[in-house]
Design a protein around this ligand. Structure first.
Ligand code: C2E
Ligand code: CA
Ligand code: CA
Length: 647
């Protein structure tokens, strides 16, 4: 194929006067003759297109140009026009499907996102909505070997139709075919060409839309795991945080980092690393509710957002622990058998005023603490409401509350279940704010923990409580105990040991009368950091009690690893049992604690029923409004007399 000079020149060279009728068999025969003449010269159409193409793409590899499926498509389209002239029939199914598959292979060769495969059969006989072999984006992509350009497609289409019409006119002249037959044929070529332009434009629009959709998806999803990405997370978290102003529920953000992921990647290769991330993503997703958000925000960093949590701290911790367990199950990736561990930081938020950056940074740094402490754990940070001038004003005042003498300690009696006498007192801090009056610890302790003021507050309460205990009962080792609440911040500081030693020394209180109460979440997640501090305190003879026991996912098993002397059953527990919950479970917990040599206290006893339950459970120590409210030291003396040795 591909003979002769430029077709346009060839057409110009044809003498005008040669066109003359004189065909037997009329127009049908003329059409057929024209068709077979066109079919015989399809090579000329092709080489004309290729020549034009090369003029536009000077210096391109000719072999590459020849190899392209587009030329085959043009060849088929010319053939289809020729056949239509000869038989009056559109291209048959075989040709149509060949054209379609060529179109598709051209499309696949250039995997442009969102590309719509060419599926249209060549039907040059149809005037509208028809698809010609020269139409479609996939071909164009095939020709240029890179992304579609509408201009290039349009040019190709013009070259093709121009060259075909030239051949038709030239052959019509040569064969003496009636002008109206030739015109009819060229009109069909033009229609096919126009239809293919319209078709291309429609495809182009569809592809543009698909591309936009794809980009929108890419902008919001991680391509490897299909999880939401950082942008989505920030969006959603911002909205959730804004909603906290109107809802009592809180939320928890769990920041997860796969331990030693770099080693997996380095040793087993990136393919395994990718598969591990995908599997981890699947596991995280399967472990949460559909309304929770799982996002991948970095290489091996995932964030899960849990909304509408009544107790964001405890629930967040429990949920994070569940994620840790799930991801820690052995996984097989190809040939490899792996067991991952993760480190997770939970930021629990209640109340308005927190920013997304702040919450993520807190969760991140909690996670980082786990990493430093040896990985494969969960750490919690609880964030109260933040921001707002009122809060900052209060936080500012908190700094000077100690030196201004605005703090006060109230005492609540603890009762010995066996002797029914006073076993000790719990010291509870109050802030007598000059303008706002008495502020309860739930309101300012979380804030103090954040700002670090808890350290000076805690020290002051500890010294004050020790002093009061000695004032009441002297320095006898058998005097009533004094229980002081300590926050996680204190318990992870090695300096806290000296702090306690100092308070004991300056007051003269025997170590055995001091009980430090810490919540189970603090002890559990800060286990590594607090273990040494706890051990040193235990060595001094100070007692350790686990506060709010039973609210989290605590198991007694970990108690064995800490020098714990007492657990304090949470008020909720006592209430639930009194309200009809199965007592055997709680009874078993109490029995197990006793087996481990751990004393059991019950707090929040408000009713006679609850008192009966607590007794039936076998608790050793009882506390609650029914038995005595927290009151200032003087009021305590008035109520139960100057407490002396009770045991
Ligand atoms: P907690 O350690 O669980 O203390 C018991 C809380 O329950 C106290 O609230 C007490 O007044 C209250 N309570 C006692 N009996 C009953 C009862 O029968 N029914 C009900 N509904 N409540 C009862 P308070 O004084 O508001 O203290 C709240 C929390 O603040 C404490 O919970 C403790 O976690 C923390 N806290 C108090 N003082 C200090 C402190 O000096 N340092 C630190 N770090 N935290 C403190
Ligand atoms: Ca307590
Ligand atoms: Ca408690």
């Amino acid at each position: 194929m591909g003979r002769g000079p430029d077709l346009r020149l060839a057409v110009a060279a044809v003498p005008d006067g040669d066109a003359r009728s004189g065909w037997p068999g009329g127009k049908a025969a003329q059409r057929a003759a024209l068709g077979s003449a066109l079919g015989a010269r399809s090579g000329d159409v092709l080489s004309s297109c290729q020549r034009a193409y090369r003029e536009y793409h000077v210096g391109e590899d000719a072999a590459l140009v020849r190899r392209d499926p587009t030329w085959k498509l043009i060849d088929l389209a010319v053939g289809a026009i020729a056949r239509w002239l000869q038989t009056g029939q559109a291209a048959d199914a075989g040709v149509r499907s060949e054209i379609a598959s060529l179109g598709r292979s051209a499309a696949q060769q250039h995997s442009v996102p969102g590309a719509v495969p060419a599926t249209g059969p060549a039907r040059p006989g149809a005037a509208d909505g028809s698809r010609t072999g020269a139409g479609g984006r996939s071909q164009e992509a095939g020709v240029v070997g890179r992304q579609l350009s509408v201009a290039m497609f349009t040019k190709l289409n013009f070259w093709w139709s121009d060259a075909t019409c030239s051949v038709l006119e030239e052959e019509g002249c040569r064969l003496g075919i009636d002008a109206d037959v030739v015109r009819e044929a060229t009109k069909m070529v033009m229609r096919s060409s126009q239809a293919s332009l319209v078709d291309m434009a429609a495809r182009y629009d569809a592809e543009l839309q698909a591309l936009q959709d794809h980009l929108a998806h890419l902008a919001r999803h991680d391509p490897l795991t299909g999880l939401a990405n950082r942008a989505v997370l920030l969006d959603r978290l911002e909205r959730s945080l804004a909603r906290l102003a109107r809802h009592a529920e809180g939320l928890a953000v769990v920041f997860i980092d796969v331990d030693n992921f770099k080693a997996i990647n380095d040793v087993l290769g990136h393919a395994v690393g990718d598969a591990v991330l995908q599997e981890t993503a699947d596991r995280l997703t399967s472990e949460v509710r559909p309304e929770d958000l799982v996002a991948r925000i970095g290489g091996d960093e995932f964030v899960v957002l849990f909304e509408d949590l009544a107790r964001p701290g405890e629930e967040g911790l429990r949920l994070a622990e569940r994620l840790r367990t799930r991801t820690g199950a052995p996984m097989s990736v190809g040939e490899e058998q792996l067991t991952l561990t993760i480190s997770a930081g939970v930021a629990a938020v209640r109340g308005p005023g927190r920013t997304t950056e702040e919450v993520l940074a807190e969760a991140d740094s909690a996670m980082y603490r786990v990493k430093r402490a040896g990985r494969n754990r969960v750490a919690l940070v609880e964030l109260g409401s933040g921001g707002g001038p009122a809060r900052f004003a209060m936080a500012g005042g908190l700094h000077t509350a100690v030196e201004r003498g605005e703090l006060r300690v109230v005492y609540q009696p603890l009762w010995d279940a066996r002797t029914r006498g006073v076993a000790g007192f719990e010291a509870l801090v109050r802030w007598e704010h000059p303008e706002r009056g008495t502020i309860m610890p739930r309101e300012f302790v979380p804030m103090a923990e954040e700002s670090g003021v808890i350290w000076s507050i805690g020290s002051w309460v500890l010294r004050e409580a020790c002093r009061q205990s000695v004032a009441w009962a002297g320095t006898s080792p058998t005097g009533p105990r004094i229980a002081v609440n300590v926050s996680g911040r204190q318990l992870v500081e090695p300096a806290f040991v000296d702090e306690v030693a100092g308070a004991l020394a300056s007051s003269g209180l025997p170590a055995g009368r001091l009980v430090l109460e810490a919540t189970e979440s603090v002890l559990l997640v800060e286990q590594d950091a607090s273990r040494e501090v706890c051990a040193a305190l235990a060595a001094m003879g100070v007692h350790l009690s686990i506060d709010d026991f039973g609210t989290g996912y605590a198991s007694l098993a970990y108690l064995q690893r800490l020098p714990v002397d007492q657990v304090k059953l949470d008020r909720e527990f006592v209430q639930d049992v009194a309200a009809g919950d199965d007592m055997r479970v709680m009874g078993a917990v109490v029995a197990l604690a006793h087996d481990l040599g751990i004393e059991v206290a019950a707090e929040g006893v408000e009713t006679e029923e609850e008192l009966a339950v607590v007794r039936a459970l076998g608790c050793d120590v009882m506390q609650g409004f029914l038995l005595g409210r927290p009151v200032p030291a003087e009021a305590m003396e008035a109520a139960i007399g100057r407490p002396r040795s009770a045991s």
